[in-house]
Each structure stands twice: as C-alpha cells, then as structure tokens.
Design a protein around this ligand. Sequence first.
Ligand code: GDP
Length: 202
Amino acid sequence: AQVVQAEFVKSSVKTEDCPSDGLPEFALVGRSNVGKSSLLNSLVRRKKLALTSKKPGKTQCINHFRINDKWYLVDLPGYGYASAPQELRMDWNKFTKDYFLNRSTLVSVFLLIDASIPTKKIDLEYASWLGQNQIPMTLVFTKCDKRKKKKNGGKRPEENMNDFQELIRGFFETAPPWIMTSSVTNQGRDEILLHMAQLRNY
Ligand code: GDP
C-alpha cells in the first residue's frame, strides 16, 4: 500500500472539471490549520507536494494528486476560518458539498480532526452534514503527538478524540472508522494507506 509515485494533476473549481478517467479517490478535508498539508506530505513521503495546493488561488480548489497511477488523493479547501460569519462559511462550502454529493468515484472522505484541542463546533457541523448525507467517511485525528496543555483544556489527544466520537455518535448509523495520526512521528501513515487500499478493493 506504499506510495511509489505521486503526481499533481490539476486544480478544479467544479465537480464537473475533475479528472474523468474513473480512478477511485479519497478526499482530505478539515478545518484550516488542522495539519492537512503536513499529512498529505507525510502520506506521499515528500516535503513539498502539498505546496502545490497551498499556492495562492489553489487553496479554494479541488486539487487532484494521482498516486501510483491507480488512484487519487484529493485535497479539498480547509474550512472554518475564525473570521468568517456562519452563513458565509456554509455558503463557501457549497462547491465542496456538491463534490461530496456528486463525485461518483469518491470512495471515502477523510475528515481531519485536531486531537490536540477540544472539539470545535464547526467540526461537529461538518461531521453531522456528512453523516446526514450518508457520505462514506473516515475520521483522521491529527497532531496526536502533542502533549496536553492547560490552554488547550488540559486534555490528552486520546481524551479529545473520545469526546469527539461521543459527540458525533448520533449522526451515524454505524460509527465511522478512525485513525490516530501525527505528521511529526508519521504515526498512522501506513494505517491510512492500508485502509485506503482495503476500501479500493471492496
Ligand atoms: P493545514 O492548514 O491544514 O494544511 O495545516 P498544516 O499542515 O499547514 O499545519 C498547520 C500547523 O500545524 C503547522 O504549524 C504544522 O507544523 C502543525 N502540524 C501539522 N501536523 C502536525 C502534527 O502531526 N503534529 C504537530 N505537533 N504539529 C503539526
């Protein structure tokens, strides 16, 4: 399940503009600053691949990376900028939602949640929306290497993770699979790749 080849393919602003070769894909999404670029780089063992999607103008796009010529990793725009008012945030998510609902080759969404801080309302809203719309989802807890800090509510990553799973329980018929990760120690990297390989073979 290792990545031997990773190639940036294109940035799209609409679901219809995404690659049409029918390869299966997995989308990474999460609050901005959750550690999405770091995880993407860790998965492909490169320091700068995700920079392509951090270029100005591309952060608001659907970015496709072809892996081993067989499947895609998709980097979606981060959500939840602290300064944006509620309605704006939801509206800004419109094309991402269209992608989730209409992209037929999407195998699973990987929702990234920062395990080093207490649960954020915006993350619950996102998980709830995915659950209600029955979008296949895997939870990826990031920054699991971080120690508890008083200013972060004084909880360990495991505790924040359990709290989050408890809070979203009602949104799903069966609890989504979850993986603990750290881009610092590369914890969870092989597990994610293996999970993706298993999902592709269903
Ligand atoms: P993005 O905005 O979601 O793409 O987040 P980045 O990947 O740019 O990371 C945001 C910040 O969190 C940066 O300062 C990273 O160094 C830090 N970060 C990302 N992943 C980890 C992690 O696994 N552990 C720790 N301790 N810090 C991380």
